[in-house]
Design a protein around this ligand. Sequence first.
Ligand code: PAF
Length: 323
Amino acid sequence: MRLTRRFLAAGLAAAVAAPAAAQTNVTLTHALPLDSHYGVGAVAFKETVERLTNGRYRVTIQRNDNEREAIEATQIGTQEFTITSTGPVGNFIPDTLVLDIPFLFRDYAHARGVLDSAIGQDLLAKFSARGLVGVAWMENGFRNVTNSRREVAGPADVQGLKIRTMENPVHMRAFQTLGALPTPMAFSELVPALQQGTVDGQENPIPVIVANNLNQVQRYLSLTRHVYSPAVLIGNPAFWNRLNAADKAAFQEAAKAAVKANRDRVTADEQRGVTLLRERGMTVRESVDTAAFQAALAPAFEQYRRQFDAALIQRIIDWKPGS
Ligand code: PAF
């Protein structure tokens, strides 16, 4: 009994004398509200990192709706991670631009399958040559056109519309080819631009339109699903390369948890989003002439085949589960 007490006292003294385990603070940014498909991914990442490292790493989640700036900050190391759409990523890693080609992916299963396959993993490996770490593919979703002027049912309806696009040359080329006036800007500038009429419309996935209440500034939503918008979790190389093997495994596990939470939320938002946006007053056009959009984009497709690796484009199109 006396021995036990002495033992406990010694243990307590040692604990008091021991230096507190060092804690490393890590910042992760993304462009959307906490209650969004990026927000839940970020929280899953944070919780998994902190749990698996017993709190030796603390993750602070911050919002930055200028994705280009967030990538730059991750590159220089003023933050450790960012979740971003591929919108501005092609300006850093041109190989990823192939993923931004309109109508490349048939559906979510196709897009997720390709990104999880060797094709997606090879593209992630290209980030390191550009001073970034491609940690994991996440998801933004299939993009749809919204605007304040008219219902969009086919390509003729976008002609002459001033549409905000991401700072992405592949998307801009597509809208130019359709006869719209693409106006690239950061997401942070979008709502004022819509309010002031600098642009008539924009395009984003249902989860973004819902999370950001874009129904307050746009009347018409058309389910054009004209392009799949991947997202990616990017890390700072100096931070990443300093992690020991066990800690790196913890961050990789956290990335997997983030991908799962993010994709599950996209699926849920796609299921309930249209009803929700109708309830919020949007006029939603569900049937869109996809074949006519694809035909009108033929000159752009021709250019993408010349600009990018045509064999890779074909591998993506031909991808099937198990291939
Ligand atoms: O439109 C964009 O810029 C992106 O889709 C967004 C909303 C920042 C999410 O990545």
